[in-house]
Design a binder for this molecule. Sequence first.
Ligand code: IDP
Ligand code: MG
Length: 149
Amino acid sequence: MQRTLIILKPDCVQRRLVGPILSRFESKGLTLVALKLVQASRAIAEQHYGEHRDRPFFGGLLDFITHGPVIVGVYEGPEAISVVRKMLGKTNGAESEPGTIRGDFSVSKQNNLVHGSDSPESATREIALWFRPEELVSHQLSGHEWVTG
Ligand code: IDP
Ligand code: MG
C-alpha cells in the first residue's frame, strides 16, 4: 500500500469540478485517508513547489496556487502514487491524452487542475507539509477485497 498527496488546485475549485474529480479517484478504488479545504499561504506554497524555485514560472505558480482555496487530500492504495499520476496525464493539459483528468478538463500548462505526488519521497514530504499526523485516518473500507483482490 502507498499513500499519495493530491491537491485540487484553485482552478478546479472555481470551475466546480471537485465532485467529478474526486469521483474518478473514488471509482478507481483509491481510499481517502484525509481531505480538507484550505486557503494555502504563500509560505506553504513555496515549500510545496520548492523544487521549482529557480524556474521562470515560479512566481506566477505561487500566485495561482494561492489565488483561492484548494482541496488537499491523501489517498491510499496499491501503487497509489503512479496510479494517480497516470490518471492526471501530462503536465500540459493541451498535450494530455483524452481519458486523463488534465486531458479531459484542461488546455493549460499551469491551470491543470490537480497535483499528485511524483515519488514516495515527495509523497512523504508533501503529506507531512499539509497534514498533521492526527488528521490521517487509517481505516479499511468494508468490501475492500472486491477492489484490491
Ligand atoms: P506536474 O504537476 O505534472 O508534476 P511540474 O513540472 O512538477 O508538473 O510543475 C508543477 C506545476 O507547475 C504544474 O502542475 C503546473 O501547474 C505548473 N507549471 C509547470 N510548468 C509550467 C510552465 O511552463 N508554465 C507555467 N506553469 C507551469
Ligand atoms: Mg511535479
